[in-house]
Design a protein around this ligand. Structure first.
Ligand SMILES: [Zn+2]
Length: 374
């Protein structure tokens, strides 16, 4: 046990824990809603909190380009700027530089690229990424890394991972240690067991407050992701939190928790809310579908969120068809509520030693219902 992370209970490989940060405690397994550009899209911060979320994710790449990290710092940091007093984890910007910007050039020093907003030429290095995350006042800072693309040969994955490990050492050098502020290393290595082991051990040798598993959920498929998760967590220090980046669907999260992962983030509940998709215990519903037009029942009769307590499926169908902004707002709230309730269910099940039964029930319900309508 460390003063950063306490494990309260285990069930198989799954862990029920608590991550202590400068802005509060995070109960794990935890799902982090994504607040890309200083806002969880379509949600007030107090609404995000009401769903049960204890920590959110901010994107370094977006915030460094607009409004700029120094400007956010002048406003007292990201917590004050966006009125979210709770813990914040920021990514390193590396992943989005690769996926969003133009004219990238990767060298030993870092990544040179052009902003997707105004074409400005920018250099992002491990040192600058960590400085930006410091200016944002992130409770959890991520190492600057290269997300190895999929597919990659073993030698490509090795070369990419070893660059990320050299950047991880530089990221740690640049990190300013303060009580309640943490930095996570990121394990790379693609789908290759030996490379994942080498990466995990290199990072553990540098020493971080937590460890992320990167380079998954990028097209390899759930089966292959679970295969990598069958061994990767075992290479990491048992007393530190483990964060699976960019994951995922409810089924992915449940499978990863049972394999020893503690933290998650994904745009899925928020992005789906904006396109009219509602997550439920019995599967996903597309509110755009005409069969909902005359349905006076709620999205999920057992859900306690405002969307389900006060509004009908027919009303959501209307809002989405009419492109009214209340539709995405309420569906995002519902989806985040669903995700947080799932995490609460997983935490309780681990604490009570009944995770296997919880997962069996979760799978039976998700398979029973209204999925597959689109
Ligand atoms: Zn609901």
């Amino acid at each position: 046990m460390s003063d950063t992370f306490s494990i309260l209970a285990t069930d198989g490989k799954a862990r029920r824990g608590q991550l202590m940060t400068a802005h509060g405690t995070v109960n794990t397994p935890a799902f982090m809603p994504v607040g890309t550009a200083g806002t969880v899209k379509a949600m007030l911060p107090e609404s995000v909190k009401a769903t049960g979320a204890e920590i959110i994710l901010g994107n370094t790449y977006h915030l460094m380009l607009r409004p700029g990290a120094e400007r956010v710092a002048a406003f007292g940091g990201l917590h004050k700027f966006m009125n979210w007093p709770g813990p914040i984890l920021t990514d390193s910007g590396g992943f989005q530089v690769m996926s969003l910007s133009d004219l990238r050039k990767i060298t030993e020093e870092g990544v040179a690229f052009r902003s997707h907003i105004d074409g400005a030429k920018i250099m992002l290095t491990p040192e600058r990424s960590i400085e930006i995350q410091h200016l944002l006042d992130a409770d959890v800072t991520m190492c600057f890394d290269e997300c190895t693309p999929f597919p990659a040969t073993e030698s490509q994955a090795a070369e990419s991972m070893r660059l990320s490990m050299r950047w991880a050492a530089r990221s740690r050098q640049a990190f300013r240690e303060r009580p309640g502020y943490h930095q996570f290393g990121i394990v790379q290595g693609g789908i290759y067991r030996d490379l994942r082991e080498e990466s995990a051990k290199t990072l553990a040798g540098i020493g971080f407050e937590g460890y992320a598993i990167g380079g998954l959920a990028i097209g390899e498929g759930q089966q292959e992701m679970f295969r990598v998760l069958d061994f990767t967590p075992d290479f990491l220090p048992a007393d530190r939190p483990r964060y699976l980046m960019g994951v995922g669907r409810p089924e992915d999260i449940v499978g990863a928790v049972s394999r020893g992962v503690d933290m998650f983030d994904c745009v899925m509940p928020t992005r789906s809310g904006r396109t009219g998709l509602a997550f439920t215990r019995t599967g996903e519903l597309n509110m755009r579908n005409a069969r909902h037009a005359d349905d006076r029942g709620p999205i999920d009769p057992e859900c306690a969120c405002p969307a389900c307590r006060h509004y009908s499926r027919g009303y959501f169908h209307h809002l989405i068809k009419a492109k009214e902004m209340l539709g995405p707002m309420l569906l995002t709230w519902h989806n985040l509520h669903y995700y947080q309730e799932l995490m609460q269910g997983l935490r309780s099940a681990i604490a009570e030693g009944r995770l296997a039964a919880f997962i069996a029930e979760f799978r039976a319900q998700r398979a029973s219902g209204e999925t597959g309508e689109d």
